[in-house]
Design a protein. Structure first.
Length: 305
């Protein structure tokens, strides 16, 4: 996703330029979107770093692939202190980063309104596993049990894991428009019902996990056309052309999940709390959407499929 060389881009040639670009966009969105009760909260003027700087560093740390918060803070302190001369201590940085979770979600929602992102009526729904520990250590894991972590199955990997599941609604251009984290045992259809609340008169493509007459009826009542793959022996299966169409559109979500897991390490949980886990995943998804938006501005092909 990020290759800071002349072979790949002519506008963002170094990582330092990219940090400045991200900060410019994030600070502009922050000033225009964040409520006054947050931006002018008590003692905010005495803070060494602004909220925009902390969010920028959080996004860039996820995009560059440094998973350890301690390692990323040390990297910035050693190499980019001239960009952040008032860098706060590491513990303060991490606490403020987690406290800005709702602000980061607000910026992700406002991003689509500020960039030439296609207003798509076609979405793809899917989920990916988020194990919090190795399966053999699951019985001893106590960190996330109170937050709902449990056992679930991943059909694509044909394995049982312990942790959570991330449900995501993605446009066919590749933007993550909505997502939620649920216990691993939650059915994919329940995740679709939650994510579809704010989407009316759209078409959603899904795999075989999103079948069932009750689900189709619920979606019809909301004005949503759900087109999901059906088992090969289904008596009312789609024609071959429709199945190929659904399969081709579903490749978008596989590409996005591959970027989140392979490049941004979304499935690698190093957080010690559920709040920290949500914060890291929120920053990864915001960083992904931000890079997609930059591509649209730079004139690069935006359709990752």
């Amino acid at each position: 996703m990020l290759k800071f060389k002349d072979d790949y881009t002519t506008l963002t040639a170094t990582f330092e330029d990219f940090i400045l670009l991200v900060y410019t966009v994030i600070d502009d969105l922050y000033q225009r979107s964040v409520p006054v009760c947050v931006s002018q909260r008590r003692n905010v003027h005495t803070a060494k770093m602004s909220d925009s700087e902390i969010i920028t560093l959080s996004i860039c740390g996820e995009l560059i692939g440094i998973d350890s918060e301690k390692a990323w803070y040390s990297f910035v302190k050693r190499n980019y202190r001239h960009l952040f001369p008032h860098l706060c201590c590491r513990t303060r940085f991490n606490r403020t980063r987690r406290a800005l979770l709702q602000v980061t979600e607000l910026l992700r929602q406002k991003l689509a309104q500020s960039f030439p992102i296609p207003d798509s009526r076609y979405f793809v729904i899917d989920s990916f596993p988020l194990p919090v520990c190795k399966f053999g250590h699951a019985r001893y894991c106590r960190s996330f049990r109170e937050d709902g972590a449990n056992y679930g199955k991943c059909p694509s990997k044909k394995e049982t894991y312990f942790g959570f599941k991330v449900h995501a609604l993605i446009t066919i251009e590749g933007y993550v428009t909505a997502f939620e984290i649920t216990p691993a045992s939650v059915d994919d259809r329940e995740g679709l019902r939650d994510l579809a609340e704010n989407h009316l008169r759209v078409t959603i493509f899904g795999d075989k996990g999103y079948t069932g007459e009750n689900l189709l009826q619920d979606m019809r009542e909301k004005g949503i056309c759900l087109m999901s793959l059906k088992p090969s022996n289904h008596k009312n299966n789609w024609p071959k052309e429709i199945r190929q169409l659904i399969f081709r559109f579903r490749r978008r979500v596989e590409t996005v999940f591959s970027q989140l897991s392979e490049q941004l390490n979304a499935e690698k949980v190093l957080a010690k709390s559920f709040h920290g886990l949500c914060t890291r995943l929120q920053n990864k998804i915001l960083g992904h959407n931000l890079c997609m938006a930059f591509n649209s501005v730079f004139g690069e092909q935006c359709d990752i499929g």
